[in-house]
Design a protein around this ligand. Structure first.
Ligand code: FAD
Ligand code: NA7
Length: 460
């Protein structure tokens, strides 16, 4: 077998692909020639935090949308790798909602066990892809950013793991161009510090609005107003956070809302989501979708239907994350290794249609959890990814949704039990609202700090 596989992106999805091949190799089986290309200087994708915004060292658009003080927004027990548990990595139980640096450490722990780094070329951006009909191969043009050199490579299969929470969706509102305060998209938000004592307006009502709003409140914003287009987040907000209908327009530093109210603000943060953006792919290979649980045109959420040599990982909206990317990667690996044949294009279309209709019929957040659970269960029937109790994970997600509804400020203090190794999480030594330091050292520090002392220094 002389197959060549190219992987674009070394975030959790790209790394899952490398891990999938590695697990096959460890069994003594031959694997294809693999090359992975990552535009940043390290792996981890979103979890590789950067302070930069705009463009990076080499003038490329910054990929990262993560920020300081970001803590997991779902229980870690729901994203745990089935083949590498949190207990195995940290050697002790930890809490259910670790901060960003801790999750980054965990992702790195698994991949460092392997020799995956040798497959990855960092500081290298995929610029353009052609499918060469005569060769039945992809030609990919890359830029080696560090050496300012362009080169090309040919692949039988191309895996796109470039994420989809990086290119802002930035709508226009009348008068915003004359707004006198600061304006940014969540993609450029790097922490709440600059909003202390400010009245801030967030536009959007999904994860970014919820989390950035709560973080700014925690770190001392004067007031947080969340403006929704379709549905309010509608949890029990503390005094200081309010929800209002959509902005109609701005005049100076004042925003006007659909319900006829208006208010002055120091800052606006657009939490209006992201675009699936693939500037390196021609139109006929590009995944064209909004953020949803079952994008059109990819069979089993993975194989591009018009050209099944093209594979997409992690393109769905996400309840499940790391273990979903794994099941997708294991599926993609076994498909590339020829372990199973794809059905006809017509059958694949039907299958895609079936899942898309099922998503349409899913109404509530709990239905969405059930949908993604069923999707992963289906993928797992094709592969030997270690089985885990998906029903229990789905139950944890539902409990998480309820916890958030009941108390948006304390849901991260709850603990859950791993379905992988039955480890019960430990409560963090400090409640989330009182914990202003999100560093790995502080998180793993066993010496608890007096909460009463800490609360004196809090802003709320
Ligand atoms: P990414 O992590 O985005 O990685 C894609 C990689 O591709 C990047 O390294 C990028 O540099 C590289 N790349 C892009 N274009 C190119 C190119 N042309 N050439 C070469 N390389 C390229 N998930 C959770 O489970 N828990 C959370 O708490 C959580 N919080 C989040 C908070 C924020 C603000 C955001 C934006 C996302 C959050 N997520 C969370 C979801 C997160 O996206 C996933 O956990 C995960 O990072 C997705 O992995 P990925 O590999 O698909 O994409
Ligand atoms: P999402 O989950 O895609 O949500 C986007 C939000 O932006 C959603 O509430 C949309 O409202 C809203 N939106 C989009 N366009 C507009 C316009 N034109 N006007 C007003 N509101 C708009 O993105 P997030 O950034 O919250 O989350 C993405 C990931 O980042 C997630 O996985 C997290 O873990 C972190 P709608 O409901 O469509 O009316």
């Amino acid at each position: 077998m002389n197959l060549k596989v190219g992987i674009i992106g070394a975030g959790p999805s790209g790394l899952a692909m490398l891990r999938a091949f590695e697990s096959e190799e460890k069994k003594g089986n031959k694997i294809p020639e693999i090359k992975c290309f990552e535009k940043q200087d390290n792996w981890g994708g979103m979890w590789n935090y950067t302070w930069r915004t705009g463009v990076g060292k080499y003038g490329e658009p910054i990929h990262g949308s993560m920020y300081k003080y970001l803590w997991s927004n779902g229980p870690k027990e729901c994203l745990e790798f089935a083949d590498y548990t949190f207990l195995e990595h940290f050697g002790q139980p930890i809490s259910s909602y670790p901060p960003r640096e801790v999750l980054f450490d965990y992702i790195q722990g698994r991949i460092k066990q392997s020799n995956a780094r040798k497959y990855i070329q960092f500081n290298t951006v995929a610029r353009w892809v052609d499918y060469i009909e005569e060769k039945k191969q992809f030609r990919v043009i890359f830029d080696d950013l560090k050496n300012n050199r362009t080169f090309e490579e040919y692949f039988d299969y191309l895996v796109v793991g470039t994420g989809h929470f990086s290119t802002p969706n930035l709508p226009f509102f009348k008068g915003i161009d004359d707004f006198t305060g600061s304006i940014m998209h969540a993609h450029d938000f790097r922490g709440a510090d600059q909003y202390i004592d400010q009245d801030i307006l967030l536009i959007g009502s999904s994860y970014s609005a919820e989390d950035i709003g709560v973080q700014c409140y925690k770190h001392g914003a004067k007031s947080v107003t969340i403006s929704y287009r379709t549905n309010a987040i509608d949890c029990k907000w503390p005094d200081g956070i309010t929800e209002v209908p959509l902005v109609t327009h701005f005049e100076g530093n004042k925003a006007f809302f659909k319900d006829g109210t208006s208010q002055s603000f120091d800052a606006v943060i657009f939490c209006t989501g992201y675009q699936h953006k693939f500037p390196f792919l021609p139109d006929n290979m590009r995944l064209k979708t909004k953020n949803c649980l079952y994008p059109d045109s990819i069979y089993k959420g993975v194989v591009f239907n018009e050209n099944p040599q093209l594979i997409y990982l992690g393109m769905q909206d996400q309840y499940y994350t790391f273990n979903m990317f794994d099941t997708q990667a294991w599926f993609a690996r076994d498909y590339m290794l020829g372990r199973f044949e794809l059905p006809s294009k017509e059958e694949r279309d039907k299958d895609i249609d079936h899942w898309m209709k099922a998503e349409e019929a899913a109404d509530t957040s709990c239905d969405h959890v059930d949908f993604q659970t069923a999707y992963i269960r289906d993928l797992m029937t094709y592969t030997d990814y270690p089985e885990f109790n998906l029903d229990k994970v789905a139950a944890m997600f539902k409990s998480w949704l309820k916890d958030k509804e009941e108390s948006i400020l304390t849901y991260r203090d709850k603990v859950y039990t791993s379905v992988m190794d039955q480890t019960k999480a430990e409560k963090h030594h400090t409640t989330w609202m009182n914990e202003l330091d999100d560093s790995l050292e502080r998180y793993l520090d066993e010496d608890t700090i007096d909460e009463k002392e800490l609360s004196k220094t809090n802003y709320y």
